[in-house]
Design a protein around this ligand. Structure first.
Ligand SMILES: [Cu+2]
Length: 359
């Protein structure tokens, strides 16, 4: 069916072209200037197209400003927005001038039998001018951008809050270092199983208080370092309000550091939307469930954030059967650090039993 439709379209186009050719040839035989009638029409069409598209472009940019600019909620976000608008300003001015001149010339210098074209070999002054000016402007833009890029991608400070984000088909999970040591424990993809989704290496004592979260909680005004990885294919961390975007790559860590500047509540007040919530999305088409990789983000004052962290259960506490994987010398420390009860209560006894069975 589609072959037949395609053939039909080709035939109709061929017939239209033949009609056009025949019209032209008939005109030639009759001794008519073939360009004449189309000349003026095309000139006007060029002008109409030029004016309507420039007006449409300016109208859209102004009327829909809010739908393509999000309020910014990070320190570097303000700086990259500034760079973006500087580049945008310069390129829009150049774009509008070039478009107007281009279309105006096609109209003004349309074919006229009484006018002869002048031959102009070259003009050195003009050539130098239109090479040097854009080169200087572009170099300034690029150097400015490079400086900002180096700042954004430079090493995070020692006090930065480190949070691990893991992408997989098709969900995100976050791992926090835990309040006891504030250090993310080691992990290894070979240790990943149905429960140990991070592949925690339980011989490292820093893993004992690590906890998992299905929401990204961030402290306002503190530097955050995202350690990003993927378990299967490429994913990409996108936090639009914080102007954060970084690919999640299987087999390696990628990093992004930033400082949130507005809590969720402050953003609700600013946008006048009591239901506002930050969110994170995956921006790498990673399979059929890509659309569902939405991750809630909450920004709180640092005190509230610390309270939230302290209230979370360590991964090991929720999966006490993995105590068996902890070296026996570290087991008691692991129970204390992860909050697994040491006493003879029902859970404690059950956990110790499962430890001895698996050993
Ligand atoms: Cu994804």
């Amino acid at each position: 069916m589609s072959v037949i439709v395609g053939l039909g379209v080709v035939l109709v186009l061929a017939i239209l072209y033949m009609i056009f050719r025949i019209g032209n040839l008939v005109g030639l035989v009759k001794g008519k200037e073939t360009t004449d009638p189309y000349n003026k029409v095309n000139g006007f069409l060029f002008m109409a197209f030029s004016i309507s598209s420039i007006v449409g472009f300016l109208w859209y940019s102004y009327a829909h400003y809010d739908s393509y600019t999000l309020p910014v909620a990070s320190i570097h976000g303000g700086i990259t927005d500034g760079l973006f608008w500087l580049t945008m300003g310069i390129t829009v001015v150049a774009f509008v001038i070039i478009s107007i001149v281009m279309f105006w010339f096609t109209y003004k210098y349309q074919y006229n039998p009484n006018r002869r074209g002048e031959f102009l070999a070259d003009n050195h002054k003009l050539e130098i001018l239109w090479t040097v000016v854009p080169a200087i402007v572009l170099a300034l833009l690029i150097f400015r951008g490079l400086r900002v890029w180096n700042d954004i991608t430079g090493p995070a400070s020692k006090e930065a809050e480190v949070i691990e984000l893991v992408g997989q088909q098709w969900l995100w999970s976050a791992r926090y270092p835990g309040v006891k040591d504030n250090q993310l424990g080691d992990c290894n993809y070979k240790l990943i199983d149905a429960s140990n989704e991070f592949g925690l290496d339980l011989t490292d004592k820093n893993t004992f208080d690590d906890f998992k979260s299905l929401e990204l909680h961030l402290p306002k005004g503190r530097e955050v370092l995202l350690k990003i990885r993927a378990k299967d294919v490429l994913h990409s961390v996108f936090l639009p309000h914080f102007r954060v975007k970084m690919d999640a790559v299987p087999g390696m860590y990628t990093y992004f550091k930033f400082t949130p500047t507005k809590t969720t509540q402050e953003m609700r007040d600013e946008t006048g939307n009591p239901n506002f919530n930050y969110e994170m999305a995956c921006t790498e088409i990673c399979g059929k469930g890509h659309f569902s990789m939405r991750f809630p983000v909450v920004v709180d004052e640092p005190e509230v954030y610390e309270k939230w962290k302290a209230a979370q259960d360590a991964w090991l506490k929720l999966n006490p059967e993995y105590l068996a994987k902890v070296p026996s010398a570290l087991r008691e420390a692991a129970m204390i650090k992860s909050g697994v009860p040491l006493d003879n209560s029902a859970t404690g006894a059950a956990q110790l039993r499962s430890v001895s069975i698996t050993n």
